[in-house]
Design a binder for this molecule. Structure first.
Ligand SMILES: *Cc1c(COP(=O)(O)O)cnc(C)c1O
Length: 364
């Protein structure tokens, strides 16, 4: 059979998404700090709700996610009618690109920005446009300079992944003020709950008041239910209505909806995890700098350690993996001399720093 059926033009150029490592050779204990998961897992209330949801597996879930949208709206002070839920926020990015950015459209993402922004644009047939960052920070002026009359979407993760940097609120407002009226600004707040900066609102102020700003959130990070795949977006009513046209019915499973409702209602747990994360994020930053590595201040639940060169990062990655410590190689993000390390439990953080002290020490 030499004949093949050809996929749509450009489709095979899309790089496959590479997930953080999950396995390490023969190490008997694995410390997984490669995917920014909550090291404490979900709250007890989530585990109970998820277990209870197993009693009605024959039932289709609520296709419109009304209870989940209402719970999110109540907790965040948002209109549930202007919320859309997806199988992870990745699915919301897909809806956005399908609805607003087909063939001929340009979608802006930033130099070290999250891989799925670009992948979703390409999958919809749009042209991704990469915009340079300044010292690993999103550069609002460079984004404005890259806008054309074909720019349909601008994706910014704030805090950014894998850099952990934050765009100040004033810059976001300046960006929203100056983008073309026909362009959607998507503020991806996957790490919003980790930000301790009092000025930060995760895009809520803009998504509430502007006709062309959408914010997204996820249950995969601080809420600790990446396995259930739930994310959401909030924006102008007409945008949410358009996204609902491309959303398949029943895109979230019943157990996922039940788990997410319990998760969003347990804000005490979120608060405790965020405070604990801040303590150990700052400790990791200080310790890594003490080992001679460069680390920007992070606003998320990971730190990006920059080594002297690519070889040093690569050998540290291998030595950590051999000890069962999995961190993220970020070469595909244009940061080949960096390693992204999720903030783990206190014990995991201490063990990782102790291992790196040995590894870095052996090289000098
Ligand atoms: C992890 C992450 C997401 C979340 O993706 P889900 O599909 O909701 O699991 C979104 N954006 C960024 C920048 C992330 O790092």
């Amino acid at each position: 059979m030499t004949q093949t059926v050809t996929p749509r033009k450009g489709l095979l150029d899309i790089p496959l998404y590479v997930a953080g490592a999950a396995k390490a050779g023969h190490a008997n204990r694995i410390i997984k700090l490669s995917s920014n998961e909550n090291p404490f897992g979900p709250s007890e209330r989530v585990k109970e709700a998820f277990a209870a949801s197993g009693a009605a597996l024959e039932r289709y879930p609520d296709s419109g996610h009304l209870d989940l949208r209402s719970a999110i709206g109540a907790v965040h002070g948002l209109d549930p009618a202007r919320i859309i839920c997806g199988a992870g926020s990745d699915e919301v990015f897909t809806f956005l690109c399908q609805a607003y950015a087909g063939e001929g459209a340009e979608v802006i993402h930033t130099e070290h920005g999250f891989a799925m922004h670009k992948i979703c644009a390409q999958a919809a047939g749009a042209t991704p446009v990469e915009v340079a960052e300044r010292e690993r920070c999103v550069d609002v002026d460079a984004i404005l300079a890259a806008c054309t009359d074909r720019t349909k979407i601008i994706f910014i993760a704030n805090p950014a992944n894998p850099t952990g940097t934050l765009v100040p609120e004033a810059d976001l407002v300046r960006l929203a003020d100056a983008i073309p009226a026909e362009t959607l600004l998507v503020i991806d707040g996957a790490y919003a709950e980790y930000v301790r900066d009092p000025d930060y609102n995760g895009g809520k102020a803009l998504a509430t008041t502007r006709h062309n700003v959408v914010m997204t959130r996820t249950f995969s990070k601080i809420y600790g239910i990446g396995a259930l795949r739930v994310g959401w977006g909030y924006g102008p009513q007409d945008v949410i209505d358009a996204l609902n046209r491309v959303r398949g019915p029943f895109n979230l499973t019943g157990p996922a909806i039940a788990g997410a409702i319990a998760a969003v209602q347990d804000q005490d747990y979120v608060q405790r995890c965020s405070i604990e994360n801040e303590v150990w994020r700052d400790w990791m930053t200080k310790e890594l700098r003490g080992l001679g590595l460069s680390v920007d201040p992070s606003h998320a639940n990971f730190v990006l350690a920059r080594f002297a060169d690519v070889a040093a990062a690569q050998s540290a990655l291998e030595a950590l993996t051999a000890r069962g410590i999995l961190v993220r190689n970020v070469a595909s993000y244009g940061l080949p001399s960096g390693l992204r390390i999720t903030v783990g439990t206190p014990e995991e953080c201490r063990d990782t720093i102790a291992a790196l002290r040995q590894i870095v020490g052996m090289r000098t």
